[in-house]
Structures are given as C-alpha cells and as structure tokens.
Ligand binder design. Structure first.
Ligand SMILES: Cc1cc2nc3c(=O)[nH]c(=O)nc-3n(C[C@H](O)[C@H](O)[C@H](O)COP(=O)(O)O)c2cc1C
Length: 195
C-alpha cells in the first residue's frame, strides 16, 4: 500500500476546556501511532472546530449543515478513514462538546472504524460505552480494544510527575487498539471504494 492509499486516522481530542488533561493522552497515542507504517494519523483538536450547540433546522441525515463551522468539521471528517477519540468522562458520559461534534455530521462518519482512549476514575469506561452506542447509530464500527487510563495512571501523569512510560500496560493496550484500527480501516476502506 502506498502512503497515499494508507487509511488516514483522525485522533480527536474530546475536551476543549482550559487546563484540560486530554491533550496529553492524545499526543501520547499519536506518538505511538506515528511509528506504524500501515496507517497515517492526524491530530484533530475540537478547539480548532468551535461548533455552536446543535441548532440546525433538520438532522444532518436529511440536510447538510447551514453553519459554516459545521461544514468545515464535516469536511475534516470526510478526509479520514476512521477515528480514535480521546475522551474524558463527565458525569459518567462523554463531554458535551464531544457529543455535539458527533451530532454535527452524518455521512462523513459512515462505515468507518472508531476506537477510544479514555481517561478518568475508571478510564472513562462509562463514557466510552455511551460513545460506542452513538457511533453505532452513525453507522461506524467501534473496535473492541481500547485504552483506559484509570485513576492511578491519570493522577500519576497529571499531578505526580509520572509519564506514560511508567505504565507500560498502556502502550500494550494502545498497540491492541491500533491493530484493530488497522484491520477495520483497511477492510472498510476497500469495501467503501468497491461498493
Ligand atoms: C463536569 C465534570 C464531570 C466529571 N465527571 C466525572 C466522572 O463522571 N467520572 C470521572 O472519572 N471523572 C469525572 N470528572 C473528572 C475528570 O475526569 C477530570 O476533570 C478530567 O481532567 C477531565 O478531562 P479534561 O481535563 O481533558 O477535560 C468530571 C469533571 C468534570 C469537569
């Protein structure tokens, strides 16, 4: 597969608030991912896509967005063959800004794989499970393996001067996630191109 044919995976930073932790795991997974030769990756920061709260007259499955920021967001998604979403957990669900970003596109998600890196008390497991349901409705294929950065690792990295390398099981989980993404991204890209 030439570099141009390699599936392109967007790594979405799912928190935009000031002082967010989210960019640390996003940069970490991006660094591991970039060592692969079978996929290419791009960090997608929701701060660069300041979407208003959803306010379109129609669901986007019926009509394209009227909002310019939403159209730019959809155009960015259209360049990807899959997503890795780096998600916090807010009140046992995903951040509002992340759910809003899912609501603000439709066909650009369809028939592409999605994987998750979660962080928080229980590695954002509850938020990730909710996002799997949202992604399924958007006709994405959620992959099984995920990275869950739990309380000990989360606080260690954020507040105790530790690094991701101090927790080698995280890189092991990341490789499982990336292997899943590679398989599904190739299979679904081929299927989309030949359908
Ligand atoms: C509104 C809100 C709700 C939260 N709820 C949870 C929660 O349900 N589970 C959890 O593990 N952490 C929760 N937290 C703590 C977050 O895990 C922590 O603030 C984390 O840094 C958020 O990610 P961010 O810094 O990238 O925005 C919550 C934080 C906020 C701001």
């Amino acid at each position: 597969m030439t570099q141009q044919q390699q599936p392109r995976i967007g790594i979405v930073i799912g928190s935009t608030r000031e002082g967010r932790f989210g960019e640390k795991p996003a940069q970490w997974i991006h660094e591991i991912a970039r060592q692969r030769t079978d996929l290419c990756f791009e960090l997608i920061d929701l701060r660069d896509h300041p979407l208003p709260f959803f306010n379109e007259p129609m669901p986007l499955s019926y009509a394209p967005a009227k909002n310019e920021a939403a159209r730019r967001w959809a155009d960015k998604l259209a360049t990807t063959d899959g997503l890795i979403v780096v998600t916090p957990e807010y009140n046992h669900g995903p951040s509002a800004v992340l759910k809003n970003a899912f609501d603000y596109a439709c066909k650009e998600f369809t028939r592409k794989p999605i994987g998750f890196v979660g962080y928080g008390g229980v590695g954002a497991a509850r938020a990730v499970e909710q996002l799997r349901l949202v992604a399924t409705e958007l006709q994405m294929a959620p992959v099984r393996n995920a990275v869950h950065i739990g309380m000990v690792e989360f606080l260690g990295i954020w507040q105790q001067g530790k690094s991701f390398d101090d927790f080698p099981h995280l890189a092991q989980a990341a490789n499982g996630l990336l292997d899943d993404m590679a398989w599904w991204a190739k299979a679904l890209k081929t299927a989309r191109e030949t359908a």
